[in-house]
Write a protein that binds this ligand. Structure first.
Ligand SMILES: C[S@@+](CC[C@H](N)C(=O)[O-])C[C@H]1O[C@@H](n2cnc3c(N)ncnc32)[C@H](O)[C@@H]1O
Length: 285
C-alpha cells in the first residue's frame, strides 16, 4: 500500500470530531524536502497528522491533535460559526502560516453546508508546503489550485462552492502588503495567527506585524492565537489591539484573543505588563 487515507472520529475536549477530514494521502515516505529544509510527518493524538519543520525546529501543531487544535484555537476562537449566525454571509479569514493546510481544510469542512461565502487568505513562506499539500491532500479545495503571478505577488487560488482559497507565497510581511495593494485582502473578519512560536519565528509576532494586521481588518475582527507569551500580548497592545485571555487547548493553560472592542480585564493586563520579556519589534530581528 503506497498511501493511507485518514478518517477522524475522535473526541477532543468532550466533543466528537466529525468525519470528513479524511483527506491526507500518505506516501510511505515519512520525510520530504522543502525550500526551508526537511519536513517530517508526525501523527498526533487525534490521528490527524502534522509536520515537523527542521528549519524552525518545531511542529506545526500540538501533538495532542492537529485537527482538534485547529478547530479549537481558530474556528472556535474566532467565533466563525457565530459570526455567520449573526448575519455575516461574506466572511473573510486571514491565516498566518499555511503549513499543511489544516486551517483552510477544517474551515471549508465546517462551512460547506452553510450558504455563507468565505474567502480564506493564507500565507506561506515555503512554497514546497503548498505543492506537497496539493500532491498529498485529496481535499477538493486543493485539487484545483491554480498558480497566479500578478505584479510582485505569487499566489495560489481555488474556488469550491462558496469557498475561495488564496495562498500568498513568500514572507508574509511582504506578500500581505502586495496582496493589499492588489485589493485581494481587506476587511477581514477573522485572523488565525498560527506562525511558529515567537521564540522560533519572531518576525510574525512583532508590533509592526500586528499593526499591519490591523490595517487589513474589519472593525469587528477577531484574532485568535495559541500563544500566551507575555511578549506577544505586549506587542498586540502596542499595536492598538485589545487583548483577552482564553482557555488554552488541552494542556495549555491559556491562549490569546485580540479585537478592537470590549472591556479588557485590568488584572490580566497588569499581569501582562509584569511579564519579563519586552514586546517584540522588527529592529530586534
Ligand atoms: C505553525 S505552521 C502553520 C500551520 C497551518 N496553519 C496548518 O493549519 O497547517 C506555521 C507556518 O508558517 C510559515 N511561516 C513561517 N514564517 C513565515 C513568513 N515569514 N511568512 C509566511 N509564512 C511563514 C511556516 O513555513 C509554517 O508553514
Amino acid at each position: 500500500m503506497d498511501r493511507y487515507l485518514l478518517t477522524f472520529q475522535h473526541i477532543w475536549n468532550n466533543r466528537v470530531i466529525p468525519t470528513g477530514y479524511k483527506t491526507i494521502k500518505m506516501k510511505e515516505k515519512k520525510k520530504f524536502d522543502g525550500i526551508l529544509g526537511t519536513y517530517t510527518i508526525v501523527e498526533t493524538e487525534d490521528q490527524s497528522f502534522t509536520l515537523h519543520s527542521e528549519y524552525f525546529d518545531e511542529n506545526c501543531h500540538s501533538e495532542s491533535g492537529a485537527v482538534a487544535e485547529t478547530l479549537y484555537n481558530y474556528f472556535e476562537g474566532c467565533e466563525v460559526a457565530q459570526q455567520i449566525q449573526n448575519g455575516q454571509n461574506d466572511l473573510k479569514i486571514f491565516e498566518v502560516g499555511f503549513g499543511l493546510g489544516i486551517g483552510a481544510k477544517v474551515t471549508y469542512e465546517q462551512l460547506k453546508s452553510s450558504k455563507a461565502k468565505c474567502t480564506f487568505i493564507s500565507t506561506e513562506i515555503d512554497e514546497a508546503l503548498v505543492t506537497w499539500t496539493m500532491a498529498n491532500d485529496t481535499s477538493v479545495i486543493y485539487n484545483s489550485l491554480e498558480k497566479i503571478t500578478d505584479h510582485n505577488l505569487t499566489y495560489y487560488k481555488s474556488t469550491t462552492d462558496n469557498f475561495t482559497l488564496l495562498i500568498l507565497i513568500g514572507d508574509a510581511r511582504v506578500s500581505t502588503v502586495e496582496a493589499m495593494k492588489l485589493g485581494l485582502v481587506s476587511n477581514v473578519n477573522a485572523i488565525y495567527q498560527d506562525a511558529f512560536s515567537p521564540k522560533k519565528n519572531p518576525a510574525l509576532w512583532t508590533n509592526e506585524w500586528f499593526t499591519l494586521l490591523k490595517e487589513l481588518s474589519d472593525k469587528d475582527v477577531i484574532m485568535s492565537t495559541y500563544s500566551s507569551a507575555g511578549e506577544v500580548r505586549k506587542s498586540l497592545l502596542n499595536a492598538g489591539w485589545k487583548v483577552f485571555k482564553r482557555l488554552g487547548f488541552k494542556a495549555k493553560r491559556s491562549a490569546t484573543i485580540a479585537k478592537f472592542y470590549g472591556e479588557m480585564d485590568e488584572n490580566f493586563i497588569a499581569n501582562v505588563h509584569r511579564t519579563p520579556n519586552p514586546a517584540l519589534e522588527d529592529k530586534q530581528l
